[in-house]
Design a protein around this ligand. Structure first.
Ligand code: F6R
Length: 612
């Protein structure tokens, strides 16, 4: 996590960097800092949001055309002013910002302390900048060379940006397993954890690869080497991303904006991939590897958090429609449990950010073991997207609210298309069924729009139940992973404890929790388990639980006994998660707002989890 920004050019760097940090705040927001070079290094750091840093910078002279900035999500050392980045080398010559973890920092720190170094902070980052500065001093080296030699002694993950008080014409960035992108403007360059900090200035970018070091000079431009000292030509890309995508567009929070974008983002995820008119279902990644997919022994889906929940829906979809066995694993468990994999297996990674450390490591393991690896990713050019053999973007645009919403429905949409495409190739559904499914899928964006019209009603329910300390989410079949996702959404942004369960599991334990203080949110939209769900709701009502039921329009039995109902349009069962998750997103959003939580930046969380 953590966000990095750097600038070198002819304009004042401070405002560009602070504005860039505000765009990157989704990556971490417990403290931030800036270093500007103008003869001396001017460093300001502050615990709290970037707004606190801005206030300090406004009171000081920070003129200068070269600088770096950082917004932090603490790993080593509590969030405070001292542990905030940038950190300085032992002699105050270098300033450095870092995203990632230096795993061998203890060994390095001891060695440096034995040579007389003292450290102000508890961070691994301060050790790294001391190391680089020491190597530079001993060998009288350029900044770039000192960075290269130091990185050869470092284990772990990093994206860094470094500046040198003795050389006002150089900004150095490097990465390994944490993202870093260089923006190329007219006589100016930017560095960012992603392109959002500089999107209003340039769309020309170079995504650094692992072990690459970019040295950027106003006069000599951008040069890239790897840590083995080989020069590498920069691969310049033009981004197709609009600045409006990074604004709230009149909504109070990014999360609410992103929830409301879903009718469009689902269309974007489908675009060019399905057509009921032509019976078309087409995912380029699948077409390229069609033989591998149709002969696959097994598909294993690896992911974390919300992406794991869409993976579970993927399991239901692929097994139900295409009859290929699927397993879904938390990436963090998969990578450490010596999984059995062979060449007939396909491993699919789901990730919004494309940078989640555990998912990336799980994929690397799968690749080593000879499995084909496929990515379903939102962030274009991200590490997972570049590691995979093939894949499909979900095309949702930037998701800035820390709680994932539109990426979830984007992932489920692509998984649905993937399942239908495999079903077509394997003839596990007939052409008539396929046509029918495609027709219904095309209606989903409009049905999502209809669900969004329930917003005011859902806000009212949120006001009614906001003061409960717990909640239970129940669903069966395709709606079970949706129950897990609803509970996660509530936990992460409102800090209310919530659990998701398959509805029938309730009687094996959780039913003991039910009394008048337990809101139970039930998804009861799917015909195949409808009667059973009605019975489950009756069991809750009999114990005085407060039932909030998501039902199909016109439903009768549950509507009579539930405390609140949210009616949504009916759809084919495999597509039901795309509709039933929307009220749950809105419910957690409104409860969090009612409780006065910071919806877009909940405590302790960060959008992109690039540490293990
Ligand atoms: C929850 C949430 C997280 C992410 C998880 C994986 O709302 O956003 O649980 O889903 O950290 O992130 P990605 O999808 O970027 O790999």
């Amino acid at each position: 996590m953590c966000g990095i920004v750097g600038y070198i050019g002819n304009r004042q760097a401070d405002e560009l960097i602070i504005k860039g940090l505000e765009r990157l705040e989704y990556r971490g927001y417990d403290s931030s800092g800036i270093a500007i070079l103008n003869g001396a290094l001017k460093v300001h750091k502050k615990q709290g949001k970037v707004a606190a840093l801005r206030a300090i910078v406004n009171e000081h002279d920070t003129t200068g055309t070269l600088g770096i900035g950082h917004t932090r999500w603490a790993t080593h050392g509590e969030p405070n002013d001292i542990n905030a980045h940038p950190h300085l080398g032992g002699r105050g010559r270098l300033a450095l910002v870092h995203n990632g973890i230096i795993e061998n920092y203890g060994v390095l720190k001891n060695a440096l302390m034995a040579e007389g170094h003292t450290f102000e902070s508890d961070t691994d980052t301060e050790v790294l900048v001391h190391l680089i500065e020491e190597i530079q001093r001993e060998g009288n080296l350029s900044l770039e060379e000192a960075v290269r030699l130091a990185l050869n002694r470092v284990e772990g993950a990093y994206a860094i940006a470094v500046i040198d008080r003795e050389n006002p014409d150089i900004l150095v960035g490097a990465r390994k397993a944490s993202p870093l992108v260089v923006g190329i403007g007219e006589d100016e360059f930017f560095i960012g954890s992603d392109a959002s900090p500089f999107l209003d200035h340039t769309k020309k970018v170079v995504y650094l690869d692992d072990n690459q070091i970019a040295s950027i000079s106003r006069t000599k431009g951008l040069k890239i080497k790897n840590t083995a000292n080989e020069t590498q030509p920069p691969f310049i890309q033009e981004l197709d991303l609009q600045i409006e995508a990074l604004e709230k567009d009149g909504y109070e929070h990014f999360m609410l904006k992103e929830i409301h974008e879903q009718p469009q983002t689902i269309v974007d995820a489908m675009r060019g991939r399905i057509s009921s008119k032509d019976g078309l279902v087409y995912l380029r990644g699948i077409e390229e590897f069609a033989n591998r997919f149709v002969r696959a022994n097994r598909i294993i889906i690896v992911a974390c958090g919300t992406s794991y929940h869409s993976g579970l829906i993927g399991e239901y979809l692929i097994e139900d429609l295409a009859r290929i066995p699927v397993e879904v694993e938390y990436a963090s468990e998969f990578r450490y449990r010596n999984p059995i994999l062979n060449e007939g297996d396909i491993v699919i990674a789901l990730s919004q950010s494309g940078e989640t450390a555990d998912t990336l490591a799980a994929l690397e393991l799968a690749k080593q073991k000879g499995a084909m690896i496929y990515g379903i990713v939102n962030s274009v050019g991200s590490s997972i997207a570049r590691l995979t053999d093939a894949g499909s973007y979900i095309h949702c645009g930037p998701e800035i609210g820390v709680a994932s919403t539109k990426a979830f429905t984007g992932q489920v949409t692509v998984l649905t298309i993937l399942a239908l495409s495999l079903a077509q190739k394997l003839s596990t559904i007939s052409n008539t069924e396929l046509q029918q499914y495609l027709r219904e899928l095309e209606l989903i964006p409009e049905k999502v729009r209809e669900v969004l019209e329930e917003n005011d009603h859902i806000r009212y329910i949120a006001q009614e139940i906001k003061n409960h300390d717990n909640a239970l989410y129940l669903g069966r079949g395709y709606n079970f992973p949706v129950a897990l996702e609803g509970a996660l959404k509530l936990k992460e942004i409102s800090y209310v404890h919530a659990e998701g369960y398959p509805a029938a599991e309730m009687k094996h334990g959780p039913i003991a929790l039910i009394d008048e203080n337990m809101p139970v949110i039930v998804m009861a939209t799917n015909p195949s388990a409808y009667e059973k769900i009605v019975s489950n709701v009756q069991e809750v009502v009999a114990r005085k639980g407060r039932v909030i039921a998501i039902v199909n329009q016109g439903e009768k039995a549950i509507s009579k006994i539930a405390d609140h109902i949210i009616e949504i349009p009916a759809t084919d069962e495999p597509f039901s998660p795309l509709l039933s998750v929307i009220p749950l997103q809105l419910l957690s959003y409104h409860i969090a707002v009612e409780l006065g939580r910071n919806v877009d930046q909940p405590r302790n969380l960060a959008k992109s989890v690039t540490v293990e």
